[in-house]
Design a protein around this ligand. Structure first.
Ligand SMILES: *[C@@H]1O[C@H](CO)[C@@H](O)[C@H](O)[C@H]1NC(C)=O
Ligand SMILES: *[C@@H]1O[C@H](CO)[C@@H](O)[C@H](O)[C@H]1NC(C)=O
Ligand SMILES: *[C@@H]1O[C@H](CO)[C@@H](O)[C@H](O)[C@H]1NC(C)=O
Ligand SMILES: *[C@@H]1O[C@H](CO)[C@@H](O)[C@H](O)[C@H]1NC(C)=O
Length: 526
């Protein structure tokens, strides 16, 4: 009996000693700013002609993430941020959630804000959800956020907050509001530019927040996704840009940069800053058809080339131990969930098939990353959207607001990985791509006249297997599979392993019951 007591006592003393430093530090406020479709070459600190003084200053005085990866599309990146899992582990390998599709991130997944809420955080979200909305149970307020203000689908008008979508089953293009406060439709914001609207809502939350409680604020900006809309004052400094798409896009980026500046100022004014970790990230590469640029990286949004998945990102915080540095360590968007949970004093125990790593010491202290590999994706349903110069659903003309149809892969090899499948995997410096990776062009630096222009027809490459050393060759110009057969073999076996353990893909047909009618807003219908 006494012995047991002594052991117990010892355990308590040891664990108290061990945990004391963590108990003393108050969990930090976490501000996560997600930009939409912001490209590699669209920020000043990557050498862009677009001016981003706030982002430049914050990335320079924080830790720049130079080897940081996300998914090539909106829903997948957001899904992975919220679950810490690869797409194959949620059944959401394919495309994005279109407005009338009756599914959402599986309801048995516990999302980041739910975890943080359990750790004692106040949790707020402003902006784009895009993780499913057909049932109320899918909405942000039912998935861990104390409050929500924003839009549920993937794109809309920046001023009217309306989304036009062609419901093919009804042969009808419906334009309706998509804006909510909590679960209720938020009307009365017509004419307010969303970058201003969302920033103000986020600043209001910061102002109302009780500083003794840790805050998680997820600001998922509409900027800088299509359509090309921005108040004129933001495009005025860009009269030197000849391409009208690029000029408007630059204005959108400037407004976003101002938003980040305003938000940071609010954190300081309200005395939250000295215990804040602020993360800025893009959700995928830029859409070159809509003014964005990933130069000198290859490809763009919707592709597994570096231009689609290598992202702009940085962390700024007074808690960083090596501020003013650049991290070249491999980091992936799934890493935020375990990293932030650890900072919050929460636990990842009990999360099945977690794909993320805690990378705080990598970011804060410059230690090497625990991550050696990234599964970029495996999507057997991927088809090119011909011609790949049209990007359905993402521009506002109603006739192009219809989602592309998918076909099931014709190939079904039982021995080894089927190399006709759209897939990519990274291991250390090596990246293997199979199937058609998406638009393979190198779009020239904006303003340059030589090279394929953004509307160029994308050729379909013949090769089914491609290997690149993306550290030596970040532009993916030298295909080296023939020189490295062992690495190809190894990576194909890794892909096969992942594919064997993949969840079946969920990608239902549109449900015509989604139609909000002429007076209502997009939102849950089931
Ligand atoms: C869909 O509606 C348009 C006009 O709104 C009509 O021209 C077209 O024939 C219709 N298509 C089908 C398949 O009913
Ligand atoms: C930032 O704050 C200034 C001053 O209050 C304001 O004029 C501007 O519209 C704000 N910008 C954004 C993007 O919210
Ligand atoms: C942060 O600011 C608050 C309020 O000004 C202060 O009480 C606290 O000690 C500061 N914390 C740190 C780590 O500087
Ligand atoms: C593909 O292979 C799986 C497992 O071997 C099998 O169940 C399925 O029927 C096959 N599909 C086609 C289209 O041949």
């Amino acid at each position: 009996m006494l012995r047991i007591l002594r052991i117990l006592l010892n355990t308590i003393v040891i664990s108290a000693f061990f945990y004391l430093p963590f108990l003393e530090a108050k969990p930090p406020h976490i501000i996560f700013i997600l930009a939409d479709d912001l490209g590699w070459n669209d920020v000043g600190f990557h050498g862009s002609e677009i001016k981003t003084p706030n982002l430049d200053r914050m990335s320079k005085s924080g830790v720049q993430l130079d080897n940081y990866y996300v998914q090539p599309l909106c829903t997948p990146s957001r899904n992975q941020l919220m679950t810490g899992k690869y797409q194959i582990h949620t059944g959401m390998q394919h495309q994005i959630i279109w407005p009338c599709q009756p599914y959402c991130v599986p309801l048995d997944e516990k999302l980041l804000p739910e975890h943080l809420k359990e750790a004692g955080y106040a949790t707020h979200m402003v902006g784009k959800w895009h993780l499913g909305m057909y049932r109320r149970e899918c909405m942000p307020t039912r998935r861990g956020f104390d409050s929500y203000f924003g839009y549920l689908a993937e794109a809309e008008d920046y001023f009217t907050h309306q989304r036009c979508y062609h419901i093919s089953e009804l042969n009808l293009t419906r334009c309706a509001l998509d804006l909510r406060e909590g679960e209720e439709v938020a009307s009365g914001y017509t004419g307010t530019y969303s970058t201003h609207l969302f920033t103000q809502k986020a600043i209001d939350l910061i102002g109302q927040h009780d500083p003794t409680k840790p805050l998680f604020l997820y600001l998922a900006l509409q900027a800088v996704h299509a359509p090309l809309q921005v108040p004129e004052r933001y495009t005025a400094p860009y009269s030197f840009i000849k391409d009208p798409h690029r000029r408007l896009y630059a204005g959108k980026v400037s407004a976003m940069d101002e938003a980040v500046g305003n938000l940071t100022e609010a954190l300081m004014t309200h005395d939250l800053w000295n215990n804040t970790v602020l993360i800025f990230s893009s959700d995928n590469g830029a859409q070159t058809l809509m003014g964005g640029s990933n130069w000198p990286l290859r490809g763009r949004k919707w592709s597994l080339w570096e231009g689609g998945v290598r992202a702009v990102g940085f962390v700024n915080s007074p808690l960083l131990e090596k501020p003013g540095t650049t991290s070249r360590e491999l980091i992936h968007i799934t890493d935020w969930l375990p990293t932030l949970l650890k900072l919050a004093g929460g636990s990842t125990k009990g999360i099945r098939t977690l794909d993320g790593f805690d990378v705080w010491r990598t970011i804060s202290k410059g230690m090497s990353s625990p991550r050696l590999e990234i599964l970029h994706n495996i999507d057997p349903l991927y088809v090119d959207i011909p011609p790949c110069s049209s990007d359905p659903g993402l521009t506002l003309p109603p006739e192009s607001a219809q989602r592309p149809q998918s076909v099931v892969s014709r190939f079904n090899h039982s021995d080894g990985f089927d190399v006709h499948i759209h897939a990519a995997i990274r291991y250390r410096e090596w990246k293997l791509l199979t199937g058609y990776p998406g638009c393979p062009l190198w779009f020239p630096r904006p303003g340059s006249v030589s090279g394929p222009q953004p509307s160029h027809w994308c050729p379909t490459p013949k090769a089914a297997i491609r290997l690149y050393n993306v550290v030596q060759d970040p532009e993916e110009r030298d295909e080296v599979s023939a020189l490295n057969p062992k690495m190809v073999d190894f990576l194909l076996r890794r892909l096969q392993h992942y594919q064997r353990n993949a969840k079946p893909i969920v990608f239902p047909d549109d449900d015509p019951k989604c139609d909000p009618g002429p007076k209502e807003a997009w939102g849950p219908w089931a």
